[in-house]
Design a protein around this ligand. Structure first.
Ligand code: KG4
Ligand code: ZN
Length: 294
């Protein structure tokens, strides 16, 4: 509900900024710069952030720093440890599924991405067919732990040479299974359905990520985005990286930094600040900002 989201942003933004400053026990005078999400996202919500940031920057004579949402997700990992290049980031969120190669700060090369649904989007869609509330990823993750991979859904594009992903076939296989069984008056176990779905997603994500990390000879492997909170994915990556990627440091953000948050935008902003990548007061919200435009 974009309209409701925008209205909510207007109501909350001043309070949130005041609360953040007070919890951090800093005043605006002590802040070096104002970083803000430029895009991608819902235009209404982005505009409110951009307007608030421009106002704060102008009124307090601070530099303004535009940040790409996905750069924010990746840089959330910098709260864990300093980056060492080259690195590879697996970004999995509600809108993105990307393997991003970084040879230095603020340089993002997308070596693979989803050709249809994002991983989080697929989670949310199948959760809805089981009648689970949004965001469905968390619910499926929980159910998956109590079930087993009995349905053996397809692992799309797992064996091909690209680093691209596809989740729409898996989503259809899940929905077809549900409909076919219901037509026969059978109700599949939601736990086994969830476990089977998650096994397919985790298998494909992990296999391609490990292969890319090997081929690109990276020093670090980062997990990022809302789906990085997924217990199955975290555990499997830890397991496989230990076996397959000796000498590569795996960084996984704490749960509080996986889903959308403002700290990650500040983390990316801090690097842009050092590089003096400033915006100006003509900055606008970019709902479909591409990652390689950064
Ligand atoms: O990064 P994020 O907070 O927002 C976007 O930028 O999209 O990601 C939200 C997505 C939702 O699709 C949500 O279902 C998914 O992350 N998600 C999860 C889990 N927690 C959140 N997916 C799978 N397992 C989880 N534990
Ligand atoms: Zn996000």
């Amino acid at each position: 509900m974009p309209e409701i989201a925008s209205r909510h942003h207007v109501e909350q933004i001043t309070k949130v900024i005041e609360q953040a400053l007070s919890e951090a026990e800093v005043s605006l005078d002590e802040i070096d710069a104002i970083a803000v999400t430029e895009g991608p996202g819902l235009v209404g919500a982005l505009l409110i952030g951009v307007s608030a940031a421009k106002t704060l920057a102008f009124a307090n004579h601070k530099p303004l720093i535009p940040v790409h949402h996905i750069a924010g997700h990746i840089y959330a990992n910098r709260f864990e440890t300093e980056f060492q290049f080259p690195l590879l980031a697996l970004v999995v969120s509600g809108g993105h599924t990307e393997l991003v190669y970084m040879k230095e700060h603020n340089s993002f090369e997308i070596i693979g991405e989803t050709r249809d649904d994002a991983a989080g989007e697929a989670y949310d869609k199948v959760a809805r067919t089981l009648g689970l509330p949004y965001p469905g990823g968390v619910q499926i993750d929980k159910l998956a732990y109590e079930g087993e991979d009995t349905f053996h859904f397809p692992r799309a594009m797992m064996e091909d040479n690209s680093y691209d992903f596809s989740f729409s076939g898996l989503k259809s296989a899940f929905i077809n299974q549900l409909h076919n069984m219901r037509q026969k008056n059978l109700e599949p176990s939601p736990k086994d359905m969830a476990a089977s779905f998650q096994a397919s997603v985790v298998d494909v994500l992990t296999t391609k990520t490990i292969r890319a990390a090997k081929e690109y000879g990276v020093k670090q492997l980062l997990l990022a985005g809302g789906v990085a909170a997924n217990r199955g994915l975290r555990e499997r990556l830890i397991e496989e990286a230990a076996l397959e990627l000796p000498g590569v440091e795996l960084i996984i953000p704490p749960l509080s930094l996986c889903g959308d948050n403002a700290a990650m935008i500040a983390a990316a902003g801090a690097v842009a600040f050092e590089q003096k990548h400033f915006g100006n007061l003509s900055l606008n919200a970019e709902p479909s900002l591409e990652f390689d435009e950064v």
